[in-house]
Design a protein around this ligand. Structure first.
Ligand code: HEM
Length: 177
């Protein structure tokens, strides 16, 4: 089923969720590798992977917003969860949207202000600008740490439900009938 039902997410929401998760992990890995790369050629090569994946995450996030807004409704919270946990879960989900959009905006801001686009995507350049000279780069680094913390919390909460409460939460976020 493409749409969500009372007790599980639909195929569109599940696909967007796991595709985004894989791509965001790839972005965190490639982003930290780019930041630590000493050689401009290596850094540019990593960014040629990093930036298109980030644009794909942006498109998936826009699809996700339109999907929930116009076409689908989220299943209700799992039975028996206290209201405060439901509120925190909702807050974490909103924070994900804000941080992901903030990461994409600050990444684009860093490239736009530093003018590094041609050096990354054009003819190979021996040098790249020093990205840390540009304010959006600071926000990008801070956002990355916030995203890591949020991911750890989100995954921890999912495991808590699955293995300690035994309410089968993960089943709702995987394909099935
Ligand atoms: C959800 C989206 C994104 C995530 C999760 C992400 C993640 C990261 C991470 C973890 C870093 C390293 C931060 C640090 O060490 O302080 C980084 C660096 C960077 N990212 Fe992203 N990024 C995203 C989107 C983008 C976009 C859209 C662009 C450009 C259009 C971009 C361009 C860069 C650049 C230029 C760097 C700096 C590399 C350096 O300092 O040498 N990122 N990113």
């Amino acid at each position: 089923m493409l749409k969500s039902s009372a007790d599980r997410y639909g195929a569109v929401a599940i696909s967007v969720h796991w595709l985004s998760a894989i791509m965001i992990l790839a972005l965190l890995g490639s982003g930290f590798r780019a930041a630590n790369a000493m050689d401009a050629m290596v850094k540019a090569e990593i960014l040629r992977f990093h930036i298109p994946i980030a644009i794909a995450v942006l498109l998936l996030t826009l699809l996700r917003i339109v999907w929930w807004w116009r076409f689908d409704n989220k299943p209700p919270a799992v039975q028996g969860a206290p209201l405060w946990q439901e509120r925190i879960a909702r807050g974490v989900h909103v924070a994900f949207y804000l941080i992901i959009i903030g990461m994409i905006a600050s990444g684009i801001g860093t490239i736009a202000l530093s003018g590094a686009g041609p050096a990354i995507f054009g003819a190979p350049a021996a040098t790249l600008p020093n990205f840390t000279d540009y304010p959006p780069r600071g926000a990008h680094g801070l956002g990355a740490l916030l995203l890591l913390a949020l991911l750890a919390f989100h995954a921890g909460a999912a495991f808590y439900h699955q293995f300690f409460r035994g309410d089968g939460l993960l089943r709702r976020m995987w394909y099935g009938d």
